[in-house]
Design a protein around this ligand. Sequence first.
Ligand code: ATP
Length: 273
Amino acid sequence: MDDETWVEEMNVNNTIVERGAPIISLESVRIRLGKRTIQENINLSINAGEFVAILGPNGAGKSTLLKLLLGLIKAETGTVRIMGRPPRRGNTDIGYAPQHRVLEADLALRARDVVGFGLDGHRWGPGWPSRKRTATIEKALQEVDALHFADAPVGQLSGGEQQRLLIAQALLTNPRLLLLDEPLSNLDIARGQEIVTLVNNLCRARNVAVMLVAHDVNPLLHVVDKVIYVANQHCTIGTPEEVITSETLTRLYGSPVEVVRALGRVFVVGAEI
Ligand SMILES: Nc1ncnc2c1ncn2[C@@H]1O[C@H](COP(=O)(O)OP(=O)(O)OP(=O)(O)O)[C@@H](O)[C@H]1O
């Protein structure tokens, strides 16, 4: 079954979005939490099918940006649009995989049941015909190459396998925007690279816009279209070549930053990254 047929048969989100169509736009956005200004004057747009990494030091506001899009916090000023509409909780156009803590080893739930939790709370939840529910979960498991461990207790799965389940969960409503909060943390280089390849394939095949929070751009350099760099209450967006330069990052941090490219890798020196 191809994707379009599946979407129609399953009656999940079936908006067809053209490649390059605008998915999110933020104009002059300020975010305050409590008495603190987290971000000032955010201006950015992301289109269908774009793969975007969100980078920056601890506490800079990367997860906060995702929470804004999820409707969990509000902008103090400015305009936020997701497919032309303001953010709202429970938006099925968005698939979200939160920051992942490794699950308890004795957690006996099966992997496919954990993925199924992603349908609960939506109109495709417990009341949905079980054949459709099972097929939707099966399709998501297959897309993240998790069918072979779908019946294993989740607590016994590796960090990379558990991460695949979170991504499967995020795919269930056929989202147009996929928000992944640090899916590479706690993974070794090889497992991290597998997740990057998986996400890149999903992004291209589904024409879904992806925003992936990471601490190191290097595993992502060869696949991302753009990076958003968040620091010092500001952020900047562009291609990695535009953003990850000494000049741009020095301006963003407001203090000297040196970007060194060596051995096919990028090193940001002089900033707390
Ligand atoms: N309710 C709140 N009131 C005040 N400040 C808050 C609140 N919630 C979060 N913050 C602060 O907002 C800042 C941004 O947090 P956020 O989690 O977005 O950072 P991050 O860039 O994702 O960090 P990390 O890389 O460590 O996950 C942090 O300094 C945090 O302490």
